[in-house]
Design a protein around this ligand. Structure first.
Ligand code: C2E
Ligand code: MG
Ligand code: MG
Length: 676
């Protein structure tokens, strides 16, 4: 591995490289300079010493020739003024030392053989040795030799001084390099380091909101700007992804996943700090109708408006999320008491009960809310949401537009409900439904003029089950559609049998629930069944409740018209219990109003009810509608109704609902008079 790939920081690496390069350069140049100087000093020493030797050899010529030692000694002693010369000696022709000069304790050899005719020198033992023959001037005869030894100490000390100076220069240069490097680093490595530190931080913390500092140097600035732009892009993509993953695209409030996440966190905190939370599960009843009648884009618009209203009423710490479709969930954290959850639920009902303006249409949504408390009703999001959903269903089934707190009983009921649903599916498959028929009577003539088909479930091992116990579940689960077809089929075919026997020629009334009425195939199904059994549409009346037709009035009116145009009569069942808006009575193409039995029941005791019944009868006549009173149980009730001018009567007083055999017998025997 290259040393530069080690874990050293960029700063240190650059510093080391610069110091390394500077040192090599400085040492190289110092060595070259020193070598050059060494050479120059040596040359100068040689030149100086050879000229001194030559001059001295001339000067000692006479002394050697005449063997005048005093002169020779005197001449040599002059070398005292030349510190470089450490030894000097004059040798005679017979190689004996004739005169000598020693600046140190070292002595010259006493004999010395020198036979060259000219000056020679050599470096030996760290000294310069110069030999010069002494010859008689002009004659060329060598009479002796001069031997001078020069010390190199001076050169050495000069070189040493130089080396010290060079070393100091190197140190100074290195110091300068370090200072300069530090400065350079601020320009180059620091931004790079900051870039690398930022990258590391972003990688560790996954925080893309961090930015790199700007730098004054163009290239680095471009680099950091580019890096920042990239981060900006990543951050915005990240936020987008985050938003998509946690927020509902349509309503811009938290989605299911995020809600469950937050609920999980709240549960963890709740367990730690003994906090209580509440989860509200809300569903908008019959929202599908709004989608079907106004279109999906209007449905979406309505959901956005609903979400906005909900967002306004919750506290800062509470969460409202779109759980899916028309389901909304609320998380109320750290509740002082369950009352607070009830208060929020009250506020939700209040704000949603205000109609929504959709292109000048007033649209009302009907919320049903189930409430669970943490930790009382569950310890996990799944459990809490499941129980809240159960409570919501209970609220919905008991009419909607209300909230219910979850109770343990609800779970048992939910289980029963589940079992019942399963059994109903089988019942449809096995054709377990039978019909009872309750005759209707003309209050004026006493003649029976029609009958209402009422479903019973012949449940194996259970006997006959009343419709109130299975029709609502069939409604809720949609099973009412296949079940309704079977009922219609049976009612029409049995009625046809009675007609063919010439014992019945009135109208068969069949109850059609809201969900059936919404079914686009309803009329076609009825028509094909009439055709199949060859029954005239005039013999058929459908009974609808106010709730079934009140959903989307415009659509309902056109469906009702189509039914009427097909020759089928329409009765408004249980009149007076629902919306009872007078304006729709005028708009709807109805034939009959059936006064709800709750008014009839208390009529003999309550003057108020009596007046209501009277008003309904009068109103029906004004609107040219037949009026039927149902649930007549006493002679007294029958009498009052006859006096009030009611047209048709139905009730136990006249006849209970009868199975097919009994109704056949009933119509086969004589007509029953009013006063039995
Ligand atoms: P509804 O259409 O209002 O039917 C009248 C109900 O009142 C019947 O109850 C009938 O037995 C009962 N009744 C008639 N006379 C009297 C009386 O004098 N006193 C009392 N206390 N009750 C009387 P039932 O058969 O239990 O049906 C209950 C409801 O179930 C029906 O109310 C109707 O809404 C629904 N239903 C029955 N059969 C069908 C069906 O085939 N399809 C649909 N969609 N709903 C049905
Ligand atoms: Mg009915
Ligand atoms: Mg009724």
């Amino acid at each position: 591995m290259s040393p530069f790939k080690s874990k050293l920081s960029l700063n240190k690496k650059i510093l080391l490289i610069i110091i390394f390069i500077c040192s090599i350069m400085l040492i190289l140049s110092a060595t070259m300079i020193t070598l050059y100087e060494w050479k120059k000093l040596k040359e100068s020493l040689i030149s100086n010493m050879t000229s001194i030797t030559k001059i001295t050899s001339g000067n000692i010529q006479a002394a050697v020739m005449f063997k005048n030692a005093t002169d020779a000694d005197r001449i040599l002693s002059e070398f005292k003024s030349e510190p470089r010369i450490v030894n000097a000696g004059i040798y005679l022709y017979d190689n004996t030392l004739f005169s000598e000069y020693n600046a140190t304790n070292e002595r010259l050899p006493s004999t010395f053989e020198y036979r060259n005719n000219e000056l020679t020198y050599e470096f030996k033992n760290g000294k310069l040795h110069i030999y010069q023959p002494v010859s008689i001037q002009g004659e060329g005869n060598v009479i002796g030799s001069l031997y001078i030894i020069s010390s190199l100490d001076l050169i050495y000390s000069q070189i040493r001084d130089n080396i010290i100076i060079t070393f100091l220069i190197i140190l100074l240069a290195l110091l300068l390099a370090v200072i300069l490097t530090a400065k350079t680093q601020r320009m180059i490595s620091e931004p790079i380091l900051s870039l690398s530190n930022t990258t590391k931080k972003i990688k560790n913390e996954k925080d893309y909101s961090i930015r790199v500092d700007h730098d004054e140097f163009l290239e680095i600035e471009e680099l950091s700007d580019g890096f920042n732009a990239m981060l900006e892009e990543i951050q915005s993509r990240d936020e987008n992804l985050q938003r998509l993953a946690t927020y509902d695209e349509l309503t811009n409030i938290p989605n299911r996943n995020y809600f469950i996440d937050l609920l999980n966190q709240a549960i963890t905190r709740g367990n730690r700090k003994s906090q209580r939370h509440a989860v509200l599960f809300m569903d908008l009843d019959r929202f599908k109708n709004i989608n079907d009648s106004l279109g999906h884009s209007k449905g979406d618009e309505l959901l956005i408006k609903v979400a906005k209203r909900l967002n306004i009423i919750i506290r800062g710490d509470d969460i409202v999320a779109r759980f899916g479709g028309d389901e909304f969930t609320f998380l109320l954290r750290d509740l002082p008491s369950s009352n607070q959850a009830a208060e929020v639920a009250d506020r939700i009902l209040e704000v949603l009960n205000e109609p929504f303006d959709m292109d000048n249409h007033n649209v009302v949504v009907v919320p049903s809310i189930g409430i669970v408390l943490f930790p009382d009703n569950g310890n996990t999001p799944e459990e809490l949401l499941k129980n809240a959903d159960t409570a919501m269903y209970r609220a919905k089934n008991s009419g909607g537009n209300k909230y219910l707190f979850f109770t343990d009983n609800m779970n048992k009921e939910a289980q029963l409900h589940q079992e019942l649903e399963e059994a109903l599916r089988n019942a449809i498959y096995n054709h377990e439904f039978i019909l009872h028929y309750q005759p209707k009577f003309d209050l004026h003539s006493g003649k029976s003029l029609g009958m209402e088909a009422l479903a019973r479930w012949n449940r194996p091992n259970n006997g006959l089950v009343a419709p109130n116990l299975f029709i609502p579940i069939a409604e809720e689960t949609g099973l009412i559609i296949p079940m309704g077809k079977q009922i219609l089929d049976q009612a029409i075919s049995q009625t046809k049998v009675l007609i063919d026997k010439h014992i019945f020629d009135g109208k068969l009334a069949v109850n059609i629930s809201a969900r059936q009425f919404e079914d686009k195939d309803l009329l076609n199904n009825i028509k094909s069944l009439l055709e199949k059994h060859n029954l005239s549409p005039e013999n058929l009346e459908i009974e609808l409740t106010e709730a079934a037709v009140m959903n989307e009035t415009e659509d309902a009116i056109s469906t009702l018209k189509e039914i009427r145009d097909a020759g089928i009569s329409i009765a408004m069942d249980d009149f007076g219990t629902g919306y009872s808006s007078l304006s729709y009575l005028k708009k709807f193409p109805l034939n009959t109003l059936k006064i709800d039995m709750s008014f009839i029941r208390d009529m003999d005791q309550s003057e108020e009810n009596k007046s209501i019944v009277k008003s309904i009868i009068d109103l029906s006549h004004i609107l040219k509608l037949n009026v039927v009173a149902e649930g007549i149980e006493t002679e007294e009730q029958a009498k009052i109704l006859t006096d009030m001018g009611c047209d048709v009567a139905q009730g136990y007083y006249f006849s209970k609902p009868l199975d097919f055999n009994k109704i056949s017998e009933f119509f086969g025997s004589s007509k029953i008079a009013l006063n039995k």
